[in-house]
Design a protein around this ligand. Structure first.
Ligand SMILES: Cc1cc2nc3c(=O)[nH]c(=O)nc-3n(C[C@H](O)[C@H](O)[C@H](O)COP(=O)(O)O)c2cc1C
Length: 438
């Protein structure tokens, strides 16, 4: 038997029309209503998943590129996942829910109070995926956006502020003694006077302290500064790296070093690698799907170009597929990492755009580690292998449609359970308790 690992689901297109463009998902669910997510959340809980994490970006992008992002709903609209969380807690009993939050978007006192309220309402099942997107800054103030690392500095100050407020009720401050009639002892509360670089506020917080720990902190940043943030602050790091032994071990070592540098223990953080699998019933079917993707037609390439146009905020669909890409089409706002994801290691000056898009459209087999199309057994082999390298868990990536959830989990869950990788029992006591159960 293998040792158990943690499993989370990542709703990667956020709380929006996430199934848009996939006819097989046309089941008349209304993405603006809670039912679709409640149904899926119950399935994830039943499957033994620890949490559902919901992507978010508060902005539709710049005026110039808005159409690219909304036309096929890749970049918006998106409703606020924090406000979906109570409906998901209501529909489940042990599942953690982790909405994405951006420290630029809410002041520490408001944020601390809202999160404290949800932490109590949910029985300690709230997590926060802290991201530092700077492109949306103009929606929250007229100040210029912060540089990449400065946004992380602000996030650290914001989170430290939240924790000061959450802990502003000292030991014994909550009395709740019917005999004396005393509810709370104001003398045991910390007034909190925070005067920082980015925020100034006073406490104490007008919300009760937590008997079972603060909300869980998750982070997805892959930059050097992002890994340092995770080491110092996070309970969960969402990891994106090639799933080879060397890169997995190196990634884990970097997070662990960052944790130790911040005075924490490596086991304080669960590192969960993000994977988007296509699970099919037989090896033959997997081979057929991969073979069929080898020579994508133009309609498929246009679909890939649309998604890239949204991510890169640059209209690739207007370019000639048979000419090399002129990188000057990308404005300064486009991240170099995103451009590299499109062009790979190919020579940009000589390679036609068609070749880059074809590479993205092609699928690979899980069995030879060239991609993520495979059977449940092959996928379990990969997770078992990751576990052998010390891995803590896996984040499955997709929309949150019952069809997708079933396609992914129906055969996988029994296989993982038989191998002892996925827990069978529900864990009470909140998300910290679940993450620390093994
Ligand atoms: C699994 C995963 C999930 C992510 N989720 C978000 C998200 O919800 N919102 C967002 O703005 N960025 C998201 N990111 C992108 C960035 O990691 C994030 O914006 C971060 O704060 C800055 O990252 P960096 O340290 O890699 O520059 C995600 C990345 C990964 C790998």
């Amino acid at each position: 038997m293998s040792r158990p690992q943690h499993f989370g689901w990542f709703l990667a297109r956020g709380f929006g029309p996430h199934g848009w463009g996939y006819p097989s998902l046309d089941w008349d669910y209304d993405w603006t209503r809670p039912d679709l997510y409640q149904q899926s959340a119950r399935e994830l809980e039943q499957a033994g998943f620890d949490f559902l994490l919901i992507e978010d970006a508060p902005s539709l992008g710049s005026e110039r590129t808005i159409d690219l992002r909304v036309r096929h709903a890749f970049g918006g609209p998106k409703h606020d996942p924090l406000l979906l969380a109570p409906y998901l807690f209501q529909a489940t009993r042990t599942l953690g829910v982790i909405p994405t939050v951006n420290p630029a978007a809410s002041l520490p006192y408001t944020a601390a109070r809202q999160f404290a309220t949800l932490q109590h309402l949910s029985g300690h099942r709230l997590g926060l995926n802290v991201v530092t997107d700077t492109g949306s800054a103009r929606h929250f103030s007229d100040a210029a956006p912060l540089a990449h690392d400065a946004a992380y500095d602000r996030a650290e100050e914001w989170l430290a502020g939240l924790r000061e407020l959450w802990h502003s009720w000292g030991d014994g401050a909550l009395v709740a003694d019917p005999a004396s009639g005393v509810y709370a002892d104001g003398g045991r509360m910390d007034a909190v006077r925070h005067r920082g670089e980015h925020f100034s506020f006073d406490g104490p917080l007008n919300a009760l302290p937590f008997p079972s720990g603060d909300p869980v902190i998750a982070s997805p940043g892959g930059s050097g500064r992002g890994l340092a943030f995770a080491g110092a602050n996070s309970d969960i790091q969402l990891a994106l790296a090639p799933l080879h032994e060397k890169s997995v071990r190196e990634y884990r070592a970097r997070i662990h070093e960052a944790a130790v540098a911040a005075g924490r223990a490596p086991e304080d953080i669960r590192i969960m690698f993000a994977i988007q699998p296509t699970i099919v019933s037989s090896r033959d079917e997997a081979d057929r799907i991969v073979a069929a993707s080898a020579a994508p037609d133009d309609a498929t390439l246009v679909q890939v170009a649309r998604k890239q146009s949204s991510d890169l905020e640059t209209d690739l669909t207007a370019l000639d597929l048979d000419k090399p890409l002129d990188v000057a089409v990308f404005g300064d706002h486009v991240s170099h990492g995103s451009i590299r994801r499109l062009t790979g290691d190919r020579d940009v000056d000589t390679t036609p755009l068609r070749v880059h898009l074809t590479a993205l459209a092609r699928l690979g087999r899980l069995s030879d580690r060239s991609g993520f199309v495979g059977t449940a057994d092959e996928f379990a082999d990969l997770i078992e292998e990751l576990g052998g390298w010390g891995n803590d868990g896996v984040l499955l990536w997709g929309d949150l449609h019952p069809v997708t959830v079933h396609r992914t989990l129906d055969e996988l869950v029994p296989v993982l359970r038989r191998r002892g990788i996925l827990r069978r029992e529900q864990i009470d006591g909140g998300l910290h308790a679940t993450l620390r159960a093994f």
